[in-house]
Design a binder for this molecule. Structure first.
Ligand code: CR6
Length: 837
C-alpha cells in the first residue's frame, strides 16, 4: 500500500484539509469550495464558478496566515506603516497568491486531476482596476514588497464600485465602458460591517469652553455618512506575513436613515442613502482638470477620515496612549490626494482628544511623509478655498492656522522677503483663492521624496525650491521599483523558470540582485538560443491574442516595438507615430528598401475628457489601418493597438516586447515604471534622459540602451530662449513630409481636417518638443535596427538588461523607505507549512 493510500493513524499529524498545501488537500478544498460556498457541483459549474472555487481555496490559506500575522502584530506592538493612497491597481490576485503561497505547481496538478483547464481558470479573473496608471500600480507593488519584507503595514484606500473604465476601440476611437468589477462578487475581500466610522461634511464650527474652562472648537456638520471597511489580505512571497489592504466603502449613516423614516420622510431617507453611496462610487480618471469636482474632494476626505480614525482606534486598542501615536504609526501620503489627512489628524487630536496645538502638531508632523509623483503644473492639486469652507469648515480653519504658524517661520528665516512668503503660502492668491495641497503635504511631513533621481532633483530645484531652501534635510529620493513576482514570475513564467534554473532556486524573486548570475551566460550560444526561444514563445502568445481580439496579424519574426502606458502628449506617442510614417514612406519610395521587419504595438487609455489624447489613439489606429492593408508594405511592418491596457493585458505585453519605447520629453516623466517592467523582461529600451530611464541606462550599461534626444537642462534652455517648432517643420523635409501626409487625409479617408488639431499643435506650439527630438529619434531607431540584425549581439544586450535590473525591484525601494524614511523593522511571522520556495 502506498503512503498516500495508507489510512492515517489517529495519532499521526494530519494535514488540515481546509488549509493544507498538498495537491490532495487542494483538490478536496476546491471541490468543497465549489459546493459549500457556491452550491455548485462540477457538472453544472460555469467557468466563473470554477474560478471562484479556486479563489476561495487560495483565500482560505491566506486567512490562516493572516490570523497568525494579526496576532503577532497586535501582541508585539510593532511599528506599522500606513500607506495612504487613493489608488491601488492590484491586477489579478489568483496567480500571484498561488506564487506567493508557493503552491502554483500543486494547484496546477490538482486542477489537471480534476480535469480543469488551469490557464482558463486564471484567465477568468476580472482585475480590480482601482487606479489610473503608474501611481496606483506602484502602490500595489509596494504592498507586495512590504509583506515580502515582513514589514507590518496597512494600505488604506477607497473601494470604488467602478474602477478605471474598460477601453474599447470602435472605428479607431476609444470608447469608455464602465467597469462593473464587483458584478460577480469579489472573493478576495472580507467585509467588516463592525469597522465603520462616521464622516462629516458641511455645517459650521463653534467655540465653547470645556470642563477645564479652556476655549475649544467644535464642528457642527450638516451631513454625516459612514465608511465601512473591506479588507483584502496581502501575502508576501516566501513568507507567512500577511498585511492588510483596507478599502472604505461609503454608505448612509444608519441613524440618519431611521430618523428620516420616523418622521415620515421616506424619500428623503432614500435620497440621503444615494448621496452617501455616491462618494465611493467611481474612480476619477487623471489628466483632467479637477476644477469643480466637489465629489472628488469629498472622496479624498472620506477615505483619509476613515483611515485616521481607524489608526487611532487601533492604537488605543493596543499600545495607547494617544500621545504616542507617532511611535506606533508612520503614514505615507501617496501624492497629495490624501494630504487632508494632515488636517484631519490635527482636528481629531485637538477637538476630540483635547490636545494643545504644539503637541498635536508634533505628533502629526512626525507621523506623515509625502511622496511627490509629478512636476506637471496641471497635475499639482489645488482646491478652491470657497469649496473647502463649504465642505470642511473646520479643516480650513486648521489649514489657516498651520499656514500662519508656518509663514511666521518663513518670515523669521527670510526677513522681508514678501515674494517668497507669497510663493510658499498654503493659500494661492492669484485668481480664485486656492489651497495648495503639495505645500500642505510638505509642511505637514517630516520627509518628502521624489520617485527617481532626476525627479527628486527637479522637485528640489523647481516646484519645491523654496521649501528646500528652508528645510533641505527634509528632502530625499527613493527611486521607484516594481514587483518581480508580478512582472517576471506571474507575467513571464518561462523566463522565471530559466532564472530559477540559473540561480538554483526561486530565491532571486526576493533578492533580485541575484539576476547578476545571468551575466556569465550572456555570450553562451546555447543559452542565447533558449533566451530567444522564450521571447519567441511570448511573442507567439501575444500574436495569437492580438489576432483574436483585433484581427491584426503580427509575425513573431518581426521586432516587437512596444509603447504601452497612458496616452499623454508628454509621453509622446506621436513621436513614435512619426517614425512609423517615416518608415512607411521609405517603403513606398523604395519597396526593396532593406528594412528590419517590425510590429509597432501600442496600448494605453486616454482620460475621457482629454481630447488630444483621444485623437492620438484615433491617429494610431488610422495609420494602422492604412499600413496593414497596403499590399506594397506586404507585412514588413504592422501597426497594432492593444485595447484595454491594464495589468492583465500588460502581462501579455512585457514578455513579448523586443523594444521598449520610453520617449517622454526629458523632465516630464517623474519616474516611469513600465520602463522597468519591459527591461526586466528582456526588452531593450529606446529612451530619453528622463525619469528612471537615466538610472536604468546607468545600470544596464550605455551600450545596452538606445539613448536619444535632449536632456532636461537643454529642454529648459531651449524653452527659455523661445522654442519654434515651425523651424523644424520647415528645416527638415522628411519631417515635413510626414506631417503633411497626416494632413493630406490619407489616414482619414480624405478628411483633411480630422487630425488638424494634432498637427497644428505640433507645428505651432509643440509643448513637448516632439519636432525638436524627431531627427535624433530616427537616428536612434536606425541603431536599433542594425543591432537587431545581429541576433547574438541583440540577445547579449537583452540578457544583460535583465541581469542588471536587480536595483529596480520594489523590494529595494521599500527597504529604502523602511530604513531612511519610516524607521520600521521587519517582524517575521512564524512559518507554518512547507511550500515550493
Ligand atoms: N502618472 C508619474 O507620472 C510615475 C508614477 C509613480 C506618476 C510616473 O512617472 O512613475 O506616478 N504620477 O511614481 C502621478 O500619477 C501623479 C503617474 O503614474
Amino acid at each position: 500500500m502506498s503512503k498516500a493510500q495508507r489510512p492515517k493513524s489517529p495519532c499521526e499529524p494530519r494535514e488540515p484539509t481546509r488549509t493544507g498545501m498538498s495537491k490532495e488537500a487542494l483538490k478536496q478544498a476546491y471541490i468543497d469550495n465549489l459546493f459549500f460556498i457556491q452550491g455548485r457541483f462540477r457538472e453544472v459549474a460555469t467557468p466563473h464558478d470554477l474560478y471562484m472555487a479556486a479563489a476561495f481555496t487560495a483565500r482560505d490559506r491566506l486567512l490562516e496566515r493572516w490570523v497568525r500575522s494579526a496576532q503577532l502584530f497586535k501582541s508585539s506592538h510593532a511599528r506599522t506603516v500606513c500607506y495612504l493612497s487613493a489608488e491601488y491597481l492590484l491586477g489579478p490576485h489568483l496567480a500571484k497568491t498561488l506564487i506567493n503561497l508557493g503552491i502554483t505547481q500543486a494547484a496546477r496538478e490538482a486542477a489537471e486531476e480534476l480535469e480543469l483547464d488551469f490557464t482558463a481558470v486564471l484567465e477568468e479573473e476580472e482585475e480590480p482596476g482601482l487606479g489610473n496608471g503608474g501611481l496606483g500600480r506602484l502602490a500595489a507593488c509596494f504592498m507586495d514588497s512590504l509583506a515580502t519584507l515582513r514589514i507590518p503595514a496597512i494600505g488604506y484606500g477607497i473601494r470604488y464600485e467602478f474602477g478605471i473604465f474598460d477601453q474599447r476601440i470602435e472605428d479607431g476611437w476609444q470608447v469608455e465602458v464602465s467597469d462593473n468589477w464587483l458584478r460577480n462578487g469579489n472573493p478576495w475581500e472580507i467585509p467588516r460591517p463592525k469597522i465603520c466610522f462616521p464622516v462629516c461634511y458641511g455645517g459650521h464650527t463653534e467655540r465653547y469652553r470645556d470642563a477645564d474652562d479652556q476655549w475649544r472648537t467644535r464642528w457642527v456638520p450638516a451631513m454625516v455618512i459612514q465608511g465601512m471597511a473591506y479588507d483584502t489580505p496581502i501575502l508576501g512571497f516566501g513568507t507567512d506575513n500577511v498585511n492588510l489592504l483596507r478599502l472604505w466603502k461609503s454608505e448612509a449613516a444608519e441613524s440618519l436613515d431611521f430618523q428620516a423614516f420616523n418622521i415620515g420622510d421616506y424619500y428623503g431617507a432614500v435620497h440621503a442613502k444615494i448621496e452617501a453611496e455616491t462618494i465611493s462610487k467611481i474612480l476619477y480618471p487623471n489628466d483632467e482638470p479637477e476644477a469643480g469636482k466637489e465629489l472628488r474632494l469629498k472622496q479624498q476626505y472620506f477615505f483619509v477620515s476613515c483611515s485616521i480614525q481607524d489608526m487611532i482606534r487601533l492604537h488605543l486598542n493596543t499600545v495607547g496612549p494617544i500621545e504616542r501615536f507617532d511611535r506606533k504609526f508612520v503614514a505615507q501620503l501617496n501624492d497629495t490626494h490624501p494630504a487632508l489627512a494632515i488636517a484631519e489628524l490635527m482636528r481629531l487630536l485637538l477637538d476630540e482628544h483635547g490636545m494643545d496645538w504644539e503637541q498635536a502638531w508634533g505628533i502629526t508632523h512626525r507621523t506623515f511623509c509625502y511622496t511627490n509623483h509629478t512636476l506637471l503644473p496641471e497635475a499639482l492639486e489645488t482646491w478652491p478655498v470657497a469649496l473647502l469652507e463649504r465642505l470642511l469648515p473646520r479643516h480650513l480653519e486648521i489649514i489657516y492656522e498651520i499656514n500662519q504658524r508656518f509663514l511666521d517661520q518663513v518670515r523669521i528665516r527670510f526677513f522681508a522677503d514678501d515674494a517668497r512668503v507669497a510663493r510658499m503660502s498654503l493659500i494661492g492668491e492669484d485668481g480664485e483663492r486656492q489651497v495648495r495641497m503639495a505645500h500642505l503635504a510638505v509642511v505637514g511631513s517630516h520627509q518628502v521624496n521624489g520617485v527617481a533621481e532626476l525627479h527628486s532633483e527637479l522637485v528640489r530645484t523647481t516646484i519645491l525650491r523654496d521649501f528646500h531652501d528652508l528645510w533641505p534635510e527634509r528632502f530625499t529620493n527613493v527611486t521607484n521599483g516594481v514587483s518581480p513576482r508580478r512582472f517576471i514570475m506571474v507575467s513571464n513564467p518561462r523566463l522565471g523558470r530559466l532564472i530559477s534554473e540559473v540561480c538554483g532556486n526561486t530565491s532571486w524573486a526576493r533578492d533580485l540582485e541575484q539576476l547578476r548570475r545571468l551575466e556569465e551566460h550572456a555570450d553562451d550560444p546555447a543559452f542565447q538560443a533558449r533566451w530567444r526561444e522564450i521571447k519567441s514563445a511570448a511573442k507567439r502568445d501575444l500574436a495569437d491574442w492580438m489576432a483574436a481580439r483585433t484581427g491584426v496579424d503580427l509575425d513573431p519574426v518581426q521586432l516587437f516595438d512596444v509603447q504601452a502606458k497612458r496616452i499623454h502628449e508628454y509621453k509622446r506617442q506621436h513621436l513614435n507615430v512619426l517614425h512609423i510614417i517615416r518608415t512607411y514612406q521609405r517603403i513606398k519610395q523604395d519597396p526593396n528598401h532593406d528594412l528590419v521587419p517590425r510590429a509597432f504595438i501600442f496600448g494605453g487609455k486616454a482620460a475621457p475628457g482629454y481630447f488630444a489624447a483621444k485623437l492620438l489613439i484615433k491617429l494610431i489606429n488610422a495609420v494602422a489601418e492604412v499600413i496593414n492593408h497596403d499590399p506594397e508594405v506586404n507585412g514588413t511592418i504592422r501597426v497594432a493597438f492593444m485595447p484595454d491596457f491594464n495589468v492583465k493585458n500588460g502581462q501579455r505585453l512585457y514578455p513579448a516586447a523586443d523594444l521598449s519605447e520610453q520617449i517622454s520629453l526629458a523632465g516630464k516623466e517623474a519616474s516611469g515604471t513600465g520602463n522597468m517592467k519591459f527591461s526586466m523582461n528582456g526588452a531593450l529600451t529606446i529612451g530619453t534622459l528622463d525619469g528612471a530611464n537615466i538610472e536604468i541606462r546607468r545600470a544596464v550599461g550605455e551600450e545596452n540602451f538606445f539613448l536619444f534626444g535632449m536632456d532636461a537642462e537643454t529642454v529648459a534652455h531651449r524653452q527659455a530662449e523661445g522654442y519654434r517648432p515651425w523651424d523644424h517643420y520647415h528645416g527638415d523635409p522628411e519631417l515635413r513630409a510626414d506631417i503633411d501626409l497626416i494632413n493630406s487625409g490619407l489616414f482619414s479617408h480624405g478628411d483633411t481636417s480630422l487630425f488638424r488639431p494634432l498637427t497644428d499643435q505640433l507645428v505651432n506650439h509643440d509643448p513637448f518638443m516632439v519636432l525638436a527630438d524627431y531627427r535624433a529619434y530616427l537616428e536612434a531607431q536606425e541603431h536599433v535596427s542594425s543591432a537587431y540584425r545581429d541576433p547574438a549581439r541583440w540577445t547579449r544586450m537583452s540578457i544583460l538588461n535583465v541581469a542588471r535590473m536587480g536595483h529596480f525591484s520594489s523590494d529595494r525601494a521599500i527597504r529604502e523607505y523602511a530604513e531612511r524614511i519610516w524607521a520600521v523593522e521587519p517582524l517575521p511571522v512564524e512559518s507554518g507549512q512547507e511550500t515550493e520556495h
